[in-house]
Design a protein around this ligand. Structure first.
Ligand SMILES: O=P(O)(O)OC[C@H]1O[C@H](O[C@H]2O[C@H](CO)[C@@H](O)[C@H](O)[C@H]2O)[C@H](O)[C@@H](O)[C@@H]1O
Length: 375
């Protein structure tokens, strides 16, 4: 059986003085090993079945264009009435809120659960720290939010985990003291030299598990740009280890045309996968790495891999943040907070309505920390 092998990202802790860097390889090489044969350490395999399934999804896989368009419509609702009728009732919203209470309302309860543990903060960017806007180049974060995040990072190790590439998100956040996991966690960097406040991290941190995909992403970006230029409002972004095609500003009548354009490009790239965020298609390497894995990696790097005295909190608004929420559920540590005004299927435990509530929650965390006796 033909198998494709991708080097498995190694989880290494910076506390072990391991700097994971540009030297990390991830190669896609055909491999004739049978599934029962052991792969060399550090390698994971993509089975032919999985690869074919991916090709099938990209080609349509029996899923009619209408189904794609329905899912595009549901990808970033702005009104309760824009949700499918079965989930639009106030009753449903109320019961969802009961299951995912506001993190502001149960703040004391949350703090109680974290007692004696080290809080580590993970923050998504778009829709979490900055409001969703039509133009992704103008998704600025307010200076109040920046000041709050700066204070937060003085109290707890804090990471930004985003679908954007690090350079773009850094241009918005502009805080050197944070950890950054860009490109959906495929580009991890520690605080700039001299900015790390956390004694456990001895060396600077850099980890890029999808390095070998760089030329492929550049090529797919070029082709997507070319292919979609006839669709007014479509915007393509290159996020270094992944790419995005936005349809927020594309007339709904043109959505099916855009789906066909994106799929026709991706047919030539079977080792890339297509997922959906808020009015955006995300094109990512088909490696087993996501925001959840990035969270786990950062916890290890901070020296909390094998302890139960850590309390990670992840705040995010998008489908890709679900990988991190699930990771926390599976680890049984900390919890996720979904930023949403609408009921959504989620592994997060709590909710906040919008970035302004996120700011209030972060402020309360800072105030709470400042009131704690110094250890
Ligand atoms: O992981 P995230 O930080 O949430 O990144 C996911 C996508 O974020 C950006 O797009 C989203 O925000 C834009 C600005 O508000 C908005 O116009 C767009 O509709 C949203 O999907 C970013 O531009 C994308 O490339 C990321 O994939």
């Amino acid at each position: 059986m033909v198998r494709f092998v991708v080097e498995k990202p190694q989880i290494m802790s910076a506390s072990q003085n391991v700097v994971v860097s540009e030297t990390t390889r991830s190669s896609i090489i055909p491999n004739n090993n049978s599934s029962s044969q052991k792969l060399p350490p550090g390698l994971i395999s993509i089975s032919k079945k999985k690869l074919l399934k991916n090709i099938d999804i990209i080609n349509g896989g029996g899923q009619r264009i209408n189904a794609w368009v329905d899912s595009m419509r549901a990808s970033s609702p702005t009104h309760l009435k824009s949700l499918p009728s079965s989930i639009s009732s106030q009753q449903h919203l109320n019961s969802w809120i009961m299951q995912h209470p506001s993190a502001l309302e149960v703040f004391e309860q949350i703090m109680e659960a974290s007692r004696g543990k080290q809080i580590v903060m993970f923050l998504d960017y778009d829709g979490t720290l900055s409001p969703i806007v039509d133009d992704p180049d103008k998704a600025f974060m307010s200076s109040k939010m920046r000041r709050t995040v700066k204070k937060l990072a003085k109290c707890f190790p804090t990471a930004i985990v985003t679908g954007r590439c690090i350079d773009k998100v850094y241009n918005f956040v502009k805080l050197a003291e944070l950890y950054y996991a860009g490109s959906h966690g495929m580009d991890i960097k520690g605080p700039s030299k001299g900015f790390s406040r956390h004694k456990r991290v001895k060396q600077s941190l850099l980890y890029q598990p999808a390095n070998d995909y760089l030329p492929m992403i550049n090529e797919v970006y070029r082709q997507l740009l070319e292919k979609t230029k006839s669709t007014p409002g479509a915007k393509v972004e290159n996020h270094k280890f992944c790419a995005s095609v936005h349809f927020r500003c594309v007339d709904e009548k043109k959505w099916s045309e855009l789906v066909l354009q994106v799929r026709s490009v991706l047919k030539e790239f079977p080792t890339l996968k297509l997922t959906q965020g808020r009015k955006v298609f995300e094109i990512r390497p088909m490696i087993e790495w996501d925001k959840g894995k990035a969270l786990e990696f950062l916890l290890e790097a901070l020296g909390f891999g094998n302890t139960n005295n850590v309390f990670p909190v992840y705040i995010g608004d998008d489908r890709t943040d679900e990988d991190a929420f699930k990771m926390l559920r599976d680890r049984g540590e900390g919890f996720g907070i979904l930023v949403s005004k609408f009921p959504k299927d989620t592994d997060a435990s709590y909710s906040l309505q919008d970035p302004s509530e996120v700011k209030d929650f972060l402020r309360r965390l800072v105030e709470w920390k400042q009131m704690q006796p110094r250890m």
